[in-house]
Every structure is written in structure tokens, then in C-alpha cells.
Design a protein around this ligand. Structure first.
Ligand SMILES: Cc1cc2nc3c(=O)[nH]c(=O)nc-3n(C[C@H](O)[C@H](O)[C@H](O)COP(=O)(O)OP(=O)(O)OC[C@H]3O[C@@H](n4cnc5c(N)ncnc54)[C@H](O)[C@@H]3O)c2cc1C
Length: 460
């Protein structure tokens, strides 16, 4: 154990905080896990928990090593590709890949959270404190102060080591930054999102293909829908916060039911009738914000550390936030395994191994934002995808689409990013001036692939 510390305090019983608590408790640490929300078992429900997440190989690996994968898979729905809906309602399936393992798993956030919390509850060394919202931290005295709904409204906790897993708006990050400059760079997207529910039929059968992520790309905005286990879908409408008053509407302009229903009917005519409580959901569901957090430093010596979204939030369009947050936890666990270092050395090693990668995936998530809104419906995007697939089939293990490297492999994000750039150049060179796949010189392609790309390392 680093430096004889026996107690670790974690702020945020979300995905990263709960998984890390389990891993640390299994190593023999006593863990205090604080969460501002009530226990999800209590039935008091946050709308975010009703939404769905796509899990790829990084999250699945973290769940596999923790022994939770089977449990999560029982409540997850496999998705084999994107189903693109055009304005006329025509559907096109774009498979994620041609290999069996190139499948994403849609899981309700609440189900994943409950699997993790149930496992945490089985660990005698974890004490979970719900309804505890962190207010401030005195890093010198090593004291954290919480607002609670019980005990007269406040609670003071002395900590040895404190880990902030409290999401994109992290209070731990703000507190650390106020005592030592973390070099924060936070940029918010000028778009927001709203969750809507696409109902199943009366027999609880899905009204759309349940094995696909559904996408309605519309240029400056879009809608996505993830399948749920009960035949329904959780849709997320992504729109600019403010439109341009001409071609593109924003949430600000959709300020009446007349405008909201006209907008939905005009843009998503095939699915709007299936959103039974559209008016109520537009009114009740808040507009969520998204942004990118980049920090130069994730830790305060050996006293404090940030993980998950608190250290490196990204926009959600590559479906990597949870994947990456859980990968932080397994990486720290491996670091603690290798040689018992001091906490400061362990935290520095985590930042060292992860930071360039999380910066790279932040860029890829912003790229994906543009791709999903725009390019998935364009002819040159489809031609590029077709060639990419052809090269993947002809050069397995050497030419692997960047999307697949990020979602279905565990090679570092930086490597996926770099390989993606080289592959992008090869595609560009081969497609220059071409309109059909049959015009591409595949022998020349083989030479370029063999010259410029090595074998993709197999993840351990
Ligand atoms: C619309 C949308 C879609 C997404 N889709 C995907 C996807 O498909 N795949 C994917 O991998 N990722 C996705 N993400 C990203 C993913 O949700 C996050 O990356 C992930 O939840 C990060 O986990 P975390 O544990 O770091 O933070 P969180 O899950 O945000 O957990 C933080 C926890 O800390 C608690 N907390 C916050 N402040 C305090 C406080 N002051 N005191 C005590 N507790 C506090 C919160 O209540 C929460 O429980 C999506 C995000 C959005 C917004």
C-alpha cells in the first residue's frame, strides 16, 4: 500500500468513482464514497439516469476485470451499426465493422450504475454516503465539508487521500485549482441536448430496429436514439443553443409547443409520432450542456487526484466518456500493482500514461460531432467508408478504421489518433479525383498500406 494510507475518500459515486472504490477496496483500502444524489435504489430518479450509453471494449474490459461484465451484458442491447434516417424516412444501415466483435452495447445509465453500486455494497470496506454534496475542501487540514439532507444539513470529513470523480463540473477540480494552478482549459460547445422517449408498441416490441444506434443527421443538428431493454428507445436531440434565425433552429427559438411540434414534424417526421409525451418532455426535460475539459495537471501532490470527466470531460459524440473514465480506474489499479509507489508517484504515473491519450480522444470526439451531424449522409463520406472497409478486409490487423481502434480495441488513444491520420492520408491519396470504388487502384493501395502501417498491437 502506498505510504501506509488505509483510507481513501472518493467524491462522486458515478461510473468512475464507484468502479475505483471497488478496485481499491479489493486492495484492502477503506473507502468513503460520497454522492450528492440520493441512493438510486430509493426510486428518486434523475432524468440523466434514464438515458443510455454505448459501451465499447475499454468499458467492457474494465467490467470484465472487475467480474461485472456478464451482469451488465444481461441488461445491455448489442448494436451492430448506425441506422441513418433521412428526411423522407429512408433507412440505411452503416455497420460498425465486419467482424463479430465490432459491436457496441447500449445500456441504461441507471442499470450500469446499479450493477456497480450493488457490487460496492457487497464490499465491507466501502462506506457509501448518499445525499452528501461536497461544498469545500481545506487541503492543508485535509478536511472536506458536505451539505446533506440529514444530520442538521452538514457533515465534515477528515481525509488522508481524496479522489475527485465528480464529473464535468467537478467541485474537487475547482477547489484544487484554487490552491494550485491546474492549467485548466474548459471550452463549452454552443449546442445542448434534450432527452426524449420513443415508445415501444403495446406488446413492448420495439418500433425500430433494436440492434442499431439510430441517427437523424440534419446538418447543423441531429438526433440519436439508443435501444433499451423494454423495446423503447432513449433519443437525444442535439441542437445549437441559439439558432441563426434562418436555416437552423436552436433551443432558444423552440420556446412554444407550436414551434416545437412544427420543428419535430418537419425534421424527424418518421419518428415524431412515436414520441408519445413530446410536449411534456420538451417542457420537463432540461437542456443539457457539453464541453471539453483539458488540464495540465490531474493531481495535487499525493493528497488529491481527479479522474474521469472531472479530469478530462469530452463531448459525447464518440461515445467514449464512460469508456475512458473506467479505463482511468483500471490503469490506476495496474499502477498500484506494478510496484507499490507513493500516492504522489502513482498519481503522476496515471497522468503520465493517460493525459496525451485523453487529449487525443477529446479531439476525436469533436471530429465525430461534425461527422455525425454532416458527413454520414454525404456521398464522399460513404465512398471513403466503402474504401476503408475494403482495405480493412484486404489488410486485416494492419488497416483498421480509426473508429474501430477507439471503440473496439484498447490501444492507447494517441496511437489510434496517429494511425487514423496516416490511414486518412492513404484514403485521401487513393480517392483523389475518384467517384466510384471500382476506380481505385487496389495494388497501389496495398503498397501504401504495407509501407506506412505496421501491425496493430493486440491489446493485452
Ligand atoms: C448526452 C450524453 C451522452 C453520452 N453518451 C455516452 C456514451 O454513449 N458512451 C460513453 O462512454 N460516454 C457517454 N457519455 C459520457 C459519460 O456520461 C461520461 O463521460 C461519464 O458519465 C463520466 O463518468 P464519471 O464517473 O467521470 O462522471 P459522472 O458519471 O458524471 O459521475 C459523477 C458523479 O459525481 C456526483 N457529483 C457531482 N458533483 C458532486 C458533489 N459536489 N458532491 C458529491 N457528488 C457529486 C454526480 O452526481 C455523479 O454521480 C455521454 C454524455 C452525455 C452528456
Amino acid at each position: 500500500m502506498p505510504q501506509k494510507t488505509h483510507n481513501v475518500s472518493i467524491i462522486g459515486a458515478g461510473m468512475a468513482g464507484t468502479l475505483l472504490a471497488i478496485l481499491l477496496a479489493r486492495r484492502g483500502y477503506s473507502v468513503d464514497l460520497f454522492e450528492r444524489h440520493p441512493d438510486p435504489h430509493s426510486g428518486e430518479r434523475d432524468i440523466e439516469l434514464a438515458s443510455n450509453l454505448a459501451l465499447g471494449e475499454r468499458a467492457r474490459h474494465a467490467l470484465r476485470v472487475t467480474g461485472l461484465l456478464e451482469r451488465v451484458e444481461r441488461v445491455a442491447t448489442p448494436m451492430r451499426g448506425r441506422m441513418i434516417h433521412d428526411r423522407s424516412g429512408r433507412l440505411t444501415l452503416q455497420p460498425y465493422g465486419y467482424r463479430e466483435y465490432e459491436t457496441l452495447y447500449s445500456v441504461r445509465r441507471e442499470s450500469l450504475q446499479l450493477c456497480l453500486l450493488d457490487e460496492a455494497e457487497r464490499q465491507p470496506k466501502i462506506r457509501t454516503h448518499f445525499d452528501h454534496e461536497l461544498q469545500e475542501i481545506d487541503w492543508d487540514a485535509q478536511v472536506a465539508v458536505f451539505r446533506t439532507r440529514h444530520n442538521g444539513g452538514g457533515h465534515t470529513h477528515r481525509f488522508e487521500v481524496l479522489i475527485g470523480a465528480d464529473g464535468p463540473g467537478s467541485a474537487v477540480r475547482r477547489s484544487m485549482d484554487s490552491v494550485s494552478d491546474l492549467g485548466s482549459d474548459i471550452s463549452m460547445l454552443d449546442a445542448g441536448y434534450k432527452f426524449l422517449t420513443i415508445a415501444a408498441d403495446e406488446q413492448h416490441e420495439p418500433l425500430m430496429d433494436p440492434h442499431a444506434l439510430h441517427v437523424w443527421p440534419r446538418g447543423g443538428y441531429m438526433m440519436l436514439a439508443f435501444p433499451g431493454p423494454d423495446g423503447s428507445f432513449t433519443a437525444t436531440l442535439f441542437l445549437p443553443l441559439k439558432g441563426d434565425h434562418r436555416m437552423i433552429w436552436g433551443f432558444e427559438e423552440l420556446d412554444s409547443w407550436t414551434r416545437q411540434s412544427a420543428f419535430m414534424d418537419a425534421n424527424f417526421p418518421d419518428v415524431t409520432p412515436l414520441i408519445r409525451n413530446l410536449e411534456e418532455e420538451f417542457r420537463e426535460h432540461p437542456v443539457g450542456r457539453m464541453g471539453t475539459v483539458r488540464l495540465d495537471r490531474w493531481h495535487l501532490g499525493g493528497k488529491g487526484l481527479l479522474i474521469g470527466d472531472a479530469a478530462h470531460a469530452i463531448v459525447p459524440f464518440h461515445g467514449q466518456g464512460v469508456n475512458s473514465a473506467l479505463e482511468d480506474c483500471t490503469t490506476l489499479d495496474t499502477i498500484l500493482d506494478e510496484h507499490p509507489p507513493t500516492w504522489e508517484a502513482a498519481f503522476a504515473a496515471l497522468q503520465d500514461r493517460r493525459k496525451t491519450g485523453t487529449d487525443a480522444v477529446a479531439n476525436m470526439a469533436l471530429d465525430a460531432y461534425h461527422t455525425m451531424r454532416e458527413s454520414v449522409r454525404h456521398r464522399d463520406f460513404l465512398l471513403r467508408k466503402a474504401l476503408e472497409r475494403e482495405l480493412e478486409i484486404r489488410h486485416p490487423g494492419r488497416f483498421v478504421a480509426r473508429y474501430s481502434l477507439v471503440m473496439f480495441h484498447r490501444i492507447p488513444y494517441t496511437e489510434a489518433y496517429e494511425r487514423g491520420k496516416v490511414q486518412g492520408e492513404i484514403l485521401q491519396e487513393l480517392l483523389n479525383g475518384k467517384e466510384e470504388l471500382t476506380e481505385v487502384d487496389l495494388q497501389h493501395a496495398a503498397r501504401l498500406v504495407n509501407e506506412r502501417l505496421s501491425e496493430v498491437p493486440v491489446s493485452a
